[in-house]
Structures are given as C-alpha cells and as structure tokens.
Design a protein around this ligand. Structure first.
Ligand code: NAP
Length: 249
C-alpha cells in the first residue's frame, strides 16, 4: 500500500515516522519547497508543487499511490482542495489531518477575522504597534497600513509588498510564553495578529497577549469540503491508515 503524505507540518513528520517503521506501508512525503531549510520527514521525500490538480493526479497515477493523507497546514487551502479533487477523480481514500483550532480563554480579547484582508481592517482599528505572526505568505494584505508599525515574524523572509514601517524577525518556534511576553513588552506591541493554526508550537503568543491584556486578531481557517474525512491527531490518522490497510493485508 503506497501512501502519499502531503506535509510541511509536525503532524506529517510524526505520521511519516510512525508509518515508515511498519511493514506493509510504503510512504512518500511531499513538501511544497517554500522553506529554505525544511525539517525533513523520515523516508522518501519529494519537494515542489505538482502543477495543480492535473499534475497531482498524474503524479499519483505514475507513482501508483493508493492512499492520500493531506497533513498540510490548516491554512494550506489550495493543496487540500487539489488533494480532494484528485483523490475523488481517482477513487483514492483521502484523509485530512487537522489539529483543532485554538479556543478563546477567559481574559482573552480576540477579534475573529474571516480572512487576511478583514484582519488588516481590524488591525487599523485596534492598535498602532502590531505583532504580525501569520508566516511568510499573506503579509501583503497589511502593506496598505501606513500608520501602524509592524514586527513581522516568519521562518523565512516574507514575499510580496510589506507595510512601510516594519522590523523583520526571522525565527522558528516553539516559543515560550515568557519569551513571547518579553517581545511584546520590548517592542511595545498593542495588537497581535495570528492565523488560527492551533497546536502547541506557536500558542505561547496567545498566553502572552492574555497576560499583557492586548487584543488578538485571529484569522479563521479555510474550510474543507463538507464530505472530508478528518483526523485531529496523529494517532487517529495512524488508526485510519491501518484500518484502510487491514482488508488488503
Ligand atoms: P497552498 O496555498 O495550499 O498551496 C499552494 C501550492 O503549493 C499548491 O497548489 C501546490 O502547488 C503547492 N503545495 C502546497 N503544499 C504542498 C505539498 N505539501 N507538496 C507539494 N506541493 C505543495 O499551500 P501553502 O499555504 O503555500 O503552504 C505550502 C506548504 O507550507 C504546505 O506544505 C504547508 O503544509 C506548509 N505550511 C503552510 C503554512 C501556512 O500558513 N499556509 C504554515 C506552515 C506550513 P501545485 O499546485 O503546483 O501542486
């Protein structure tokens, strides 16, 4: 049984690690190739886009893939939709691995935004010194905010237009709540912007914002198709994969 794991996340690496060690499972992981120095999963890895749905479908056929696991980041909406189309066309089982989103807690001052443009509009009302933690992509949505100053944190430098007043901080999590709070104080941040990525790797900034009493603009996730099969944890995903394999072994 040959499984393609669409990756770029910790969950994808963990699943590749578990499945690679098991007899009867042939795993190949796929990365988009956006990060200069990616954390590589165990086992075979291919890197780079497939060329849309057609390219992905062709690749799945050429490589005799029988199962697809979309363990990409919750905000990687295009590749998730492509995986859904290609798997449906070929009649392949497809699982989406999606860690749960973050939950607002007492003391939080969250403002939900349906997308990055809405987040930029919210920021213009909420603060002057912005901690922008949405990753490398999508920063251009904030480029028109000329009155605000931005601390932009990403693993690699952002692409596209940037807000005129900014400082770039290149760093990869996990981060501790104490360090996040120190950043907020050092840069006199009065509003935080984040995607609702979920997970514990980058959640410390939310605790820090709570301690500092500052508002947080939380960007909602793109939706999966209503018929999607979803696992919230790596162990549930592994159970699904074993169940798929069971009748064939
Ligand atoms: P996206 O917008 O959904 O995808 C854009 C294009 O990138 C896709 O059409 C596909 O190109 C290619 N692609 C994306 N993921 C791929 C993968 N795992 N393997 C091969 N090609 C892939 O994705 P994105 O938001 O740019 O994210 C790119 C990668 O970074 C993903 O692997 C994701 O897990 C990871 N990541 C994303 C975020 C985020 O906030 N978006 C955060 C952390 C990690 P083709 O159409 O040519 O196939």
């Amino acid at each position: 049984m040959k499984t393609l794991i669409l990756g770029g996340t910790r969950e994808a690496r963990e699943l590749a690690h578990i499945a690679s060690g098991e007899r009867g499972f042939e795993i190949v992981s796929s990365l988009a190739g956006r990060v200069r120095d990616p954390l590589l999963p165990e086992g075979p890895v291919r890197i780079g886009g497939f060329g849309g749905v057609d390219g992905l479908r062709n690749w799945l056929v050429a490589n005799e893939v029988t199962v697809v696991i979309d363990a990409t980041h919750p905000f990687a909406g295009t590749i998730s939709a492509n995986a859904s189309s290609a798997a449906t066309d070929l009649g392949l089982p497809l699982l989406h691995v999606r860690r749960p989103g973050w939950r607002e807690q007492p003391g939080d001052r969250w403002h939900r935004a349906p997308d990055l443009d809405a987040a930029a509009r919210a920021v213009s009302e909420l603060g002057d010194r912005v901690f922008l933690t949405i990753g490398r992509q999508g920063v251009a949505a904030f480029a028109g905010l000329t009155d605000q100053w931005f601390l932009i944190r990403a693993i690699d430098p952002p692409t596209g237009a940037l807000p005129p007043q900014h400082e770039l901080l290149l760093a990869r999590g996990p981060f501790s709540p104490a360090d996040e709070l120190r950043l907020l104080i050092q840069y006199r941040i009065d509003v935080l912007v984040t995607k609702d990525s979920g997970g514990d790797q980058t959640a410390a900034k939310l605790a820090a914002a709570r301690s500092a009493g500052i508002p947080v603009v939380v960007v909602d996730r793109p939706e999966l198709p209503p018929t999607a099969i979803v696992a919230e944890t790596v162990s549930d995903a592994w159970k699904w994969l074993r169940d798929i394999a069971a009748p064939r072994s």
